[in-house]
Design a binder for this molecule. Structure first.
Ligand code: B12
Length: 154
């Protein structure tokens, strides 16, 4: 039986918390927020490796990987991730990251620049609402011009 049109056309996202990080609560909130915005959310949860993000993205044909990191070690955990995406054939996948991505307080412009250098398309400071990332996804994936009312059906 064919899937309903809306189900067929939902844009898939992979979300998760990278590295040895166990902070689980924000991850559940992000799952709810992206789901309610109409995206198909593949949540790989906490303690996720780069490989697990990439495999989930391949399997789900995701258009974006949304990385969370709360414990401050994101730079180490995300090193080489863009290159691994490319090697896995995910040439154009969007990479977003947010949470508390560095240890302590550092100048945000410098933090953002370092993560852009690592290949992230969007880098969010602590406390950023999921709605900001949803707005950016709509823009970066050109959803409006492609006729998407939200993450789901056209
Ligand atoms: C609860 C908590 C814990 C619990 C986690 C329980 C669990 N299973 O979830 C426990 C006790 C296990 C814990 C342990 C540790 N923690 Co802790 N923890 C917290 C605390 C108090 C709350 C986190 C939380 O749930 N917040 C509520 C949720 C809703 O918010 P959130 O996680 O920030 O997520 C939101 C946003 O960040 C954002 N977001 C997240 N990802 C993304 C991605 C994108 C793209 C976007 C747009 C937005 C976004 O949206 C989310 C939803 O609104 C914070 C302090 C704080 N007030 O935030 C410290 C905190 C995160 N922990 C911290 C630390 C240091 C640790 C430990 C290293 C402590 C230690 N020495 O052992 C360990 C690390 C353990 C590990 N391996 O991960 C630090 C991190 C410091 C840093 N990055 O510089 C914090 C900030 C405390 C502090 N001020 O020092 N912790």
């Amino acid at each position: 039986m064919p899937a309903r049109q809306g189900e067929m056309e939902k844009i898939a996202l992979v979300i998760g918390v990278i590295g040895a990080d166990v902070h689980a609560i924000g991850n559940k909130i992000l799952e709810d927020a992206f789901s309610q915005a109409g995206f198909k959310v593949v949540n790989i949860g906490v303690l996720s490796s780069q490989k697990e993000f990439i495999q989930a993205a391949i399997k789900s044909k995701a258009q974006a990987i949304i990385v969370s990191s709360l414990y401050g070690h994101a730079e180490m955990d995300c090193s080489g991730m863009r290159q691994r995406c490319i090697e896995a054939g995910l040439d154009n996948i969007l990479l977003y990251i947010g949470g508390n991505i560095v240890v302590g307080k550092q100048r945000w412009e410098e933090v953002e620049a370092r993560f852009k250098e690592l290949g992230f398309d969007r880098v969010y400071p602590p406390g950023t609402s999921p709605s900001k990332a949803i707005k950016d996804l709509r823009e970066d994936l050109k959803m409006e011009s492609k006729g998407y009312k939200n993450g789901g059906w056209r």
